[in-house]
Every structure is written in structure tokens, then in C-alpha cells.
Design a protein around this ligand. Structure first.
Ligand SMILES: *Cc1c(COP(=O)(O)O)cnc(C)c1O
Ligand SMILES: [Zn+2]
Length: 420
């Protein structure tokens, strides 16, 4: 298979570590770790190898940090559609808008791309238990992949702040679910400490192997665009792992000579949980954390994004930016794409559409640019937010006349129809 050699590297001091050890941060300086490949030694014609395989995470096997193919734990993740959105483009005032519908993944979010690699790594490292802190989707995904691999799974979630669909998923897959009286940031702090002193494998986005799986969304986008690269990629940002992973893929593609230009990375946060957007706007060199993050988009309700440094680099190196949007803008965007394109996404995903709308209005995104929005999770994860906002459907007697009366336009509506 022409496997590429890889190791772990500290993004701050450059210290290198062998990849077959359980380590989540640099032993020398505490910095974030990244998986680095010896790309100069790739001999194979990657595009040729990839072309013969189905669109999926494992199509990009050569750029994934796994040594034993027979251990791969897969549920058929990746290979999600890239939809061109003509009606939404027109509404927003754009020419060429595509959305990558990550809700099509096995558990309904992009987290599956990371977990297929992360849980396979847990098997390679011979860890019997896996764990994560989660706003919901990470736990749903980890629980499923752990079940598939026969591993014990522990998840910590903020009490009362996880969408029902996600909690249900973690439970049915047999994870040990623990609700803590605190927020996601508290949960992550606790589980990181526990995993550092117990033989439990941590699968939050601090884990660099997980991010390698997530980078494949970028590789798929290039293939789906016929080798082209968008001008802008718009991604909702919580713990900031995904935006970092996507940027890493484009950097590697460029280094491999498979693309010339790279897209600008646009992150979108929710107003009540926007530490990166706010800190960049104030020109700070460090991200100042938000103590009590709050937003309806629970998947990005995060005040202390662990991957902030990687994300800030992604944004700076790519010439991008981080925007923030209100909950109201998020909910409107969720409805807009559902009505215009038939795609139902959860509120966190809608942040990318809301951010896009704002940036087009401010002319920070040009009408002619090729834009790809990452729709991170499926709308059915969190039906509660929708049901709360809509009136109950009308109820009538079970007769033809009553139904006809109910579906006929009212007089006012009829006048509008004639007028137009
Ligand atoms: C996890 C998640 C995010 C945030 O991704 P990060 O890598 O934490 O920035 C956004 N949307 C959804 C639906 C998610 O599940
Ligand atoms: Zn270091």
C-alpha cells in the first residue's frame, strides 16, 4: 500500500515523539501535538491510487496514521455529498455555493471521520477503554465506534445541555454516560486528567489521530470538485479541531504538489461562545477564554477551545477570518437551508450558513467566489429547537371536505397568488 512514515510533533517547540505511544500533549512544553508524515518519501501517484477507491475516509489510506489495516474499525464513514445550492446561492447573492453534508455520516455528524481513525488507533495501542467529554456528537460517535470495536466507552457530558438525539445514541450503544454539573470545558478538563493517569484512551480533538480522520473532508471536497479547490471554506467552530484538520489537509495537498492554491479558512462561532472571533478582532496574540459560554447551538457551546492555537494558525496562514453570529441568525439560517435546499441541519451547522450570509453582506466574501460550507451535523439530532419555534400543525376532522378547506389558500393568500 506504500504506507507513509509518520510521527507526532509538538506544534510549539517541534519536539518529536514516536506515534505508538499514548500521549496527548508535548512532554517538554505542554503544546498540542500533530501527526506529521514524511511526505517527501511518498512514491505512489496518490491520485491514481485514490481514483480506484470509493469516496470515503479510507480512500485516503496513504495519508492516515494507521499501521495495521486489519484493525480498521469502520461504519462506512465519509463519502458525503457535496451539493450545489442554486436556490440558497441566489438568496444569499452568491454564484457558486456548495455544501458538504456531513450529516450523512453513520452517526449523523463529521465526528465519525475522526472516530474511525481514533478507535482504530485505540486498538493498535491495545487500549481496552476509550473516553471523551462531549457536547453530544463526539459521545454519539465514540459510543458507536467503541461498540463496533468491542471497547468499553465512557462519556462525560454537561448536564441538561446535550440534545436528546445525541444522548440517546450514546445510551443505546452502551456507553457509560456521566452527566456533570458543569459545562463542556469542565468535563474536558476532568476527563483529560483521568485519561492521563488511567489506562483509558482519550478521544477528544486533543487527540491528533482523530483529527487526521477529520481532515479527509477536505480531500473529498477536492476530488468532488474535480481536483479544484474552493476560494473559501466556511466551518462552524467549537473546540476548533475541525477547522485545523481541514487546513492541515490542504497544506499537505500543496506540499505533495496535488494542488497549487489553498482556500481561505473561515470559522464561525456563536456570539455567546466566541472566544476566538473576539480575541482575533481585538488583535490579541492569545485567545482569551469565555467563562460561561451560552448558545442554542450546543455543539459549539465551548468557552475554552483546546485547539485554538492550531485554528488561529489555520486562519492566519490561509488568510481567512473568524466571524460570530447570534442564536437568532443561526435559527433563521437553519430554516432557510431547510426550505430552499431540502437539507436539515442542526443549529451548530447552521452557524456556517449564518456566517456566510453575514460575510457576503459585508462584502468579505465576493459574489464570484467558489464557497464550500461544511454542514457538520444532522438536524434530527436536535428536533427540540425546531418544534419549539413552530406552531402545531392544524388538526381537522377526518373528511375530504375538511382537508380540502385546510389546504385551500385563504382569501388573502388567494389575492396574493392572483396579483403575482
Ligand atoms: C463537534 C461539532 C462542531 C465543532 O467542531 P470543533 O472541531 O469542535 O470545532 C460543530 N458542529 C457540530 C455539529 C459538531 O458536532
Ligand atoms: Zn513542545
Amino acid at each position: 500500500m506504500g504506507e507513509v512514515d509518520f510521527h507526532l510533533e509538538c506544534i510549539d517547540c517541534g519536539a518529536e515523539y514516536q506515534a505508538d505511544q499514548v500521549i496527548y500533549s508535548c512532554r517538554r512544553c505542554g503544546g498540542l501535538l500533530s501527526v506529521e508524515y514524511d511526505l517527501s518519501r511518498v512514491e505512489a501517484n496518490l491520485d491514481e491510487s485514490w481514483r480506484g477507491r470509493a469516496l470515503s475516509v479510507w480512500r485516503y489510506r496513504e495519508l492516515l496514521p494507521i499501521r495495521e489495516d486489519e484493525k480498521i474499525v469502520s461504519l462506512g464513514e465519509g463519502g458525503t455529498s457535496l451539493n450545489r445550492c442554486l436556490r440558497l446561492s441566489e438568496d444569499l447573492g452568491l454564484k457558486d455555493l456548495y455544501v458538504k453534508n456531513e450529516g450523512e455520516n453513520p452517526t449523523g455528524s463529521f465526528k465519525d471521520r475522526g472516530m474511525t481513525v481514533g478507535v482504530t488507533k485505540a486498538l493498535e495501542l491495545e487500549m481496552g477503554r476509550v473516553a471523551c467529554a462531549s457536547t453530544g456528537n463526539t459521545s454519539a460517535s465514540l459510543a458507536a465506534y467503541a461498540a463496533r470495536a468491542g471497547l468499553e466507552c465512557i462519556v462525560l457530558v454537561p448536564s441538561g445541555k446535550v440534545a436528546y438525539g445525541k444522548l440517546t445514541q450514546a445510551m443505546i450503544h452502551g456507553a457509560k454516560v456521566i452527566q456533570i454539573r458543569g459545562n463542556f470545558d469542565d468535563a474536558l478538563g476532568i476527563i483529560t486528567k483521568i485519561c492521563s493517569s488511567h489506562p483509558i484512551y482519550l478521544l477528544n480533538s486533543l487527540n491528533p489521530f482523530r483529527l487526521e480522520g477529520q481532515k479527509t473532508v477536505a480531500l473529498e471536497i477536492r476530488d468532488q470538485l474535480g481536483g479544484g479547490v474552493p476560494d473559501k471554506i466556511v466551518v462552524p467552530v467549537g473546540n476548533a479541531g475541525n477547522i485545523s484538520a481541514i487546513w492541515k489537509a490542504f497544506r499537505e495537498l500543496r506540499e505533495l504538489g496535488l494542488i497549487e492554491d489553498t482556500p481561505q479558512m473561515i470559522g464561525v462561532q456563536a456570539e455567546g461562545a466566541a472566544p476566538i472571533a473576539d480575541s482575533l478582532r481585538r488583535g490579541l496574540s492569545k485567545v482569551e477564554f469565555v467563562e460561561e459560554p451560552e448558545t442554542i447551538a450546543t455543539a459549539i457551546r465551548i468557552g475554552s477551545p483546546v485547539n485554538w492555537k492550531k485554528a488561529v494558525r489555520a486562519v492566519r496562514e490561509s488568510g481567512g477570518l473568524v466571524e460570530k453570529v447570534s442564536d437568532e441568525e443561526i435559527l433563521k439560517a437553519q430554516e432557510l437551508i431547510a426550505r430552499l435546499e431540502g437539507i436539515f441541519i442542526e443549529p451548530a451547522s447552521a452557524a456556517s450558513i449564518a456566517g456566510l450570509k453575514k460575510l457576503v453582506q459585508r462584502r468579505l466574501i465576493d459574489r464570484d467566489e467558489l464557497v464550500v460550507c461544511i454542514l457538520t451535523g444532522h438536524g434530527l439530532k436536535d428536533p427540540g429547537v425546531v418544534l419549539e419555534r413552530f406552531p402545531k400543525p392544524v388538526e381537522v376532522e377526518a373528511t375530504e371536505e375538511d382537508v380540502v378547506r385546510a389546504i385551500m389558500p385563504t382569501e388573502r393568500e388567494a389575492m396574493k397568488i392572483t396579483a403575482s
